[in-house]
Design a protein around this ligand. Structure first.
Ligand SMILES: [Zn+2]
Length: 118
């Protein structure tokens, strides 16, 4: 089976059905973390702009600090701890994911967020 979004082949049993599409886990987590289209050039640009020190918004720094202390956490826990809306979280997390500073992971049925491990 192929992922409808990135066309990569998906190992048997790992496809995720989402809104009528069969997606690989990466694309599924992308969709949950960021409803926008994730294009490779955005990732490229984000990495390029990053240089030595990534420029983070206050919310992004708070998300990273929180995940470092208490992660992995789900979206609700993060929003409550930082007192931000789910939309704020999604917008900021999408950037963190593009910069490969944080990522989503599945815990059973729930999606959690954690720091990106290199
Ligand atoms: Zn995919």
């Amino acid at each position: 089976m192929q992922c409808d979004k990135c066309s990569q082949s998906i190992p048997a049993g790992e496809a995720v059905a989402y809104q009528g599409q069969n997606l690989c886990e990466d694309c599924y987590l992308d969709l949950l973390a960021a409803p926008k289209v994730c294009d490779p050039w955005a990732v490229h640009a984000a990495k390029k702009e990053m240089g030595d020190k990534p420029e983070l918004t206050v919310i992004q720094e708070k998300i990273l600090a929180l995940l470092k202390r208490r992660g992995p956490l789900d979206m609700q826990q993060i929003c409550e701890a930082l007192n931000i809306s789910e939309q704020d979280f999604k917008d900021n997390f999408a950037a963190l994911r593009h910069m490969e500073l944080a990522r989503g992971l599945r815990k059973g049925d729930a999606v959690c967020y954690t720091l990106f491990e290199r």
